[in-house]
Ligand binder design. Structure first.
Ligand SMILES: [Zn+2]
Length: 249
């Protein structure tokens, strides 16, 4: 689990870093020295190359088979040990978010099918309680949180009524799973909290709120109580205890 969470974090951090660099050209002149000099064209080429890799390894179902994606590899260049097969949903949701954020000013729709197929995969794994993804692996809630985030972001851009219905169900499942007064962990209202699941859920529900879904303000205030509780006096946020080394910046 640690390896796959590290992989998730790496993918997001990589895209965040790329987008940060991409936005650097608009940084105030006085801050220019804080950013490495990088050509916009090279950044976009790098991002497109990464998205094209994802496109080549997306399954016919629209999902990413996290322990078997290499069978789609046309040149057998993907090697390595397969891990954590129960995170197909989370990986697919992250890929949808990546495709969604490709700048497309000429409206070519290069990754439109990738997004649509990824969304279909996520929705196909939603049950009537709103949960997205199977109950596999102890930390299946990550799948639900990241899939909710992806559906809300796609709905915010497309206003698709079908996606709205599924996103609303997913949002409600997430809201109902919060521990009263705090955050989230692997089990809905299980009484335990951790910082990574809580932050993924806050990210998802902030996206839901921005997309127009009803998300009570108290939910964010309560989640902040958890983050405050695990933040040590030196400012380091912990995973389950103040400043513990399970998760920190
Ligand atoms: Zn490959």
């Amino acid at each position: 689990m640690k390896q796959i969470l590290a992989a998730f974090a790496f993918v997001l951090l990589a895209f965040a870093a790329i987008l940060e660099l991409y936005g650097a050209e608009n940084a105030p002149a006085g801050n220019a020295g804080n950013y490495p000099v990088i050509e916009e064209k090279k950044v976009l080429e790098s991002v497109k190359s990464a998205l094209d890799w994802l496109k080549r390894h997306q399954g016919k179902s629209g999902g990413f088979d996290i322990d078997n994606y290499m069978i789609l590899c046309a040149d057998n260049s993907c090697v390595g040990e397969a891990q954590a097969p129960y995170f197909d949903v989370g990986a697919t949701a992250l890929a949808v978010l990546a495709f969604l954020n490709w700048p497309d000013p000429e409206n070519k729709g290069e990754y439109k099918a990738c997004i649509e197929n990824g969304v279909k995969f996520l929705i196909s794994l939603q049950d009537n309680t709103g949960r997205i993804g199977p109950l596999e692996g102890e930390s299946w809630f990550y799948n639900h949180a990241i899939a909710t985030y992806a559906l809300c972001e796609v709905f915010a851009r497309t206003k698709d009524a079908n996606i709205k219905k599924n996103a609303a169900l997913a949002v409600k499942f997430g809201i109902d799973a919060q521990n009263p007064g705090y955050g989230w962990k692997y089990e809905p209202r299980g009484g335990k909290n951790d910082t990574s699941v809580t932050c993924w859920m806050i990210t998802a529900l902030n996206s839901a709120k921005n997309a127009g879904f009803d998300v009570p303000e108290q939910l964010f205030i309560d989640a902040l109580k958890w983050v405050t509780r695990v933040t040590a006096s030196n400012g380091r946020s912990g995973y389950q205890k103040p400043g513990d080394i399970g998760s920190y910046l």
